[in-house]
Ligand binder design. Structure first.
Ligand code: KG4
Ligand code: ZN
Length: 341
């Protein structure tokens, strides 16, 4: 089965083809340079750029892969969460293709797709605790199957990636700053006391990073004077964010006995976070699943693969599929073919 994936939830326009569990081709057009001028994504510009890129990108994907569009068995598209105008570009394009090719349409949850992306490279083991850590979201899930995600906790304010980006902006680093901070941290030594560990003195599975952001920006302004200070500060930031995420994830693992630990999202490319989670899994005798760093960033391979997993269970959407913006709950509105589930 060949599944096309379309991603346009934020500032990356992407298309990909997956044949069963194997990636055939994947293209990404990033707008990072454009939004970098403004220090963050400008929604109106993002949707215009998606509209400009999506057609030519699909044409190139078809040419590069050597298949005919008729050979595509289903069209999967990110239906949320994301920027409303950006999501609409991808969803409208997917609906047009589904109609023209007379193939099933699948609306994919972008956050779940990030976590499932590991399945393109490793065997997915259920049930799992999954941490989704990206520029817009920080979520902990119990995952029983590709269509059964239960949210256990989320951020009450800024997402972990947003913290990297905003602190990086205050340091004069380019947007998005996460990978730059990660790179600088490699030469630094983390301090155990310079920054507070945020929102751990409670008994829930939620996160709150805005206090850390304020403290970190103030600390950097007062104490980061040299390149070596900067490296130490970045190492400290990596350490505090990874440690906070790991502590709440450990609580979730204790509350919900599972068979594996998953990590995904753009911030899952962070070396300290990957190392911390790999160790956490190992200490508890669990396999650790995370997409390779290049599959952690926004891409359409994960959307195509998530679409394939739903399609092989006989699940699909109709053309009334709605795009769901960030902050709104994504409905469970998949339909079942032949009542397979
Ligand atoms: O998942 P993603 O590509 O887009 C969203 O859906 O948000 O995540 C982008 C986020 C940005 O905040 C970026 O700074 C962060 O991932 N990021 C990193 C690293 N690479 C990307 N954060 C920390 N360390 C990294 N190596
Ligand atoms: Zn993402």
């Amino acid at each position: 089965m060949i599944c096309l994936g379309i991603e346009s939830s934020c500032d990356e326009t992407a298309v990909a083809l997956v044949r069963d569990s194997r990636l055939m081709a994947s293209l990404i057009a990033t707008q990072a340079d454009l939004h970098s001028i403004f220090g963050g994504v400008v929604p109106e510009l993002a949707s215009r750029e998606h509209y400009r890129f999506i057609g030519p990108l699909f044409d190139r994907l078809i040419k590069d892969s050597g298949i005919h569009p008729e050979e595509i068995d289903a069209i999967a598209v990110t239906r949320g969460p994301g920027l409303p105008g950006s999501l609409l570009v991808g969803v409208a394009f997917a609906k047009a293709l589904a109609l023209a090719l007379n193939k099933p349409l699948l609306g994919v949850n972008h956050l779940e797709a990030h976590l499932l992306a590991a399945g393109l490279e490793q065997t997915l083991i259920y049930p799992a605790i999954g941490a989704l850590v990206s520029g817009g979201h920080t979520h902990l899930y119990h995952i029983a199957s590709p269509w059964d995600f239960k949210e256990l906790g989320t951020t009450l304010d800024d997402a972990a990636g947003e913290i990297f980006d905003k602190i990086g902006h205050s340091l004069g680093l380019p947007y998005p700053a996460g990978s730059h901070i990660d790179h600088l941290a490699k030469a630094g030594v983390p301090s155990m006391t310079a920054l507070p560990w945020p929102y751990l003195d409670n008994d829930n599975l939620n996160f709150s990073f805005s206090g850390l952001k304020t403290a970190a920006i103030r600390y950097a302004r007062e104490s980061v004077k040299t390149q070596s200070d900067l490296s130490d500060f970045c190492a400290t930031l990596n350490h505090v964010i990874a440690g906070t995420l790991a502590q709440k994830t450990l609580r979730a693992m204790k509350a919900y006995p599972v068979k594996s630990l998953w990590l995904a999202g753009g911030v899952a490319a962070n070396s300290t976070l990957r190392h911390t989670f790999a160790r956490l899994a190992e200490e508890h005798g669990l396999p650790f699943l995370a997409p390779s760093p290049q599959l952690c960033q926004d891409n359409a391979a994960m959307i195509a693969y998530n679409g394939f997993l739903l399609l092989e269970k006989g699940l699909y959407h109709d053309l009334d599929l709605e795009a769901i913006p960030r902050g709104k709950k994504i409905p469970h509105d998949l339909r079942f073919k032949d009542n397979i589930l």
